[in-house]
Write a protein that binds this ligand. Structure first.
Ligand SMILES: O=C[C@H](O)COP(=O)(O)O
Length: 312
């Protein structure tokens, strides 16, 4: 790196030169490595541990126009005690809701240790002024959110206006105060793995605590190869700066099999230091029930069936 990281965002041209100076991603290689890691089998004892680890990494999410306070309260109860009949099931990491439902979630989760994350910055499109985005973030934090999931301005990114994206992340991070900031890249709109690598570095340089793949509203959402590229980015950023950033694939992750593939990918790419809810999350609306069903199958030898668990 020729320009010190602290200075790369001092002008549009230095930022552009830095991001375009990152090594290109070998697309075929990334796809092949993700596919190879996705076929790794793990032992039965490790699978039980992996299921509990995955449960503890879930950001249990509902981001629907039809969400109600009652639905949020039910989801929070499930977040704290995923299986009411089995106290050995760990709680999830966080719930993720729209900003107007943060206060409801905070009240429902009081004293539980489960965090409240809120999307902000005009999720999912990101199409509003910076003033609106900052105000929305501040209000969500004031209502008690301890994590903010912001979206980047993909239009600005794809137009090459990297400094605008950088400045929005810096301003949102400032509005977060003590809340952690997850920066959603919406990789399904970024077109290339090179762009995913650039957007990952841009977000981390601007102060992201986590980089997140997707809103769940755009297809493709989370994929193994895109997550691989992001895990390489946090690993390399750590080596370059000493600062550790987390990764959150989100959107379309529905099965235990998929969740375990992600855990293998984390272990083999960023390393076991990232295998903790402080550094890796799975954003999902309907993964938890499958994890619970597989967990029960391992304990009893049979499936309880989807009706046994409350709906995600
Ligand atoms: O951040 C999480 C996503 O919005 C959830 O997406 P999903 O409904 O496909 O699991």
């Amino acid at each position: 790196m020729t320009t010190p990281l602290a200075e790369v965002a001092s002008s549009p041209s230095t930022l552009r030169a830095f991001l375009h100076g990152l090594p290109g991603v070998d697309r075929v290689g990334a796809d092949a490595r993700a596919a190879m890691l996705g076929t790794r089998s793990i032992k039965t004892t490790a699978k039980k541990q992996a299921i509990d680890l995955a449960i503890g990494m879930v950001d249990l999410t509902t981001l629907e126009g039809a969400d109600t306070p009652g639905k949020i309260r039910a989801m929070c109860a499930k977040a704290v005690r995923p299986d009411p009949a089995d106290a050995s099931v760990p709680p999830v990491a966080a719930v993720c809701v729209y900003p107007d439902l943060v206060a409801t979630a905070v009240e429902a989760l009081a004293g539980s240790g489960v965090k409240v994350a809120s999307v902000a910055t005009s999720f999912p499109s990101g199409r509003s002024s910076l003033e609106v985005k900052v105000a929305e973030t501040s209000l969500a934090v004031a209502a008690g959110a301890s994590e903010i999931d912001m979206v980047i301005d993909r239009g600005a990114f794809l137009a090459g206006d990297y400094l605008k994206v950088y400045e929005e992340i810096v301003a949102t991070k400032h509005a977060c105060a003590d809340a952690h900031l997850k920066v959603i890249l919406e990789t399904g709109e970024l077109a290339t793995y090179d762009n995913v690598r650039r957007a990952s570095w841009l977000a981390m340089i601007a102060g992201a605590d986590f980089i997140k793949t997707s809103t769940g509203k755009v297809s493709p959402a989370a994929t193994l190869p895109v997550t691989l590229v992001m895990l390489e980015a946090v690993r390399d950023f750590m080596a370059a700066t000493g600062r550790k950033v987390g990764v959150k694939p989100a959107g379309g992750i529905r099965t235990t099999k998929d969740a375990i593939k992600y855990l293998v990918l984390v272990n083999e790419t960023a390393g076991p230091d990232w295998l903790h809810a402080d550094w890796f999350r799975l954003g999902a609306s309907s993964l938890l029930n499958d994890l619970l069903m597989q967990r029960q199958k391992m304990a009893t030898g049979r499936y309880a069936g989807p009706d046994y668990f409350t709906l995600d």
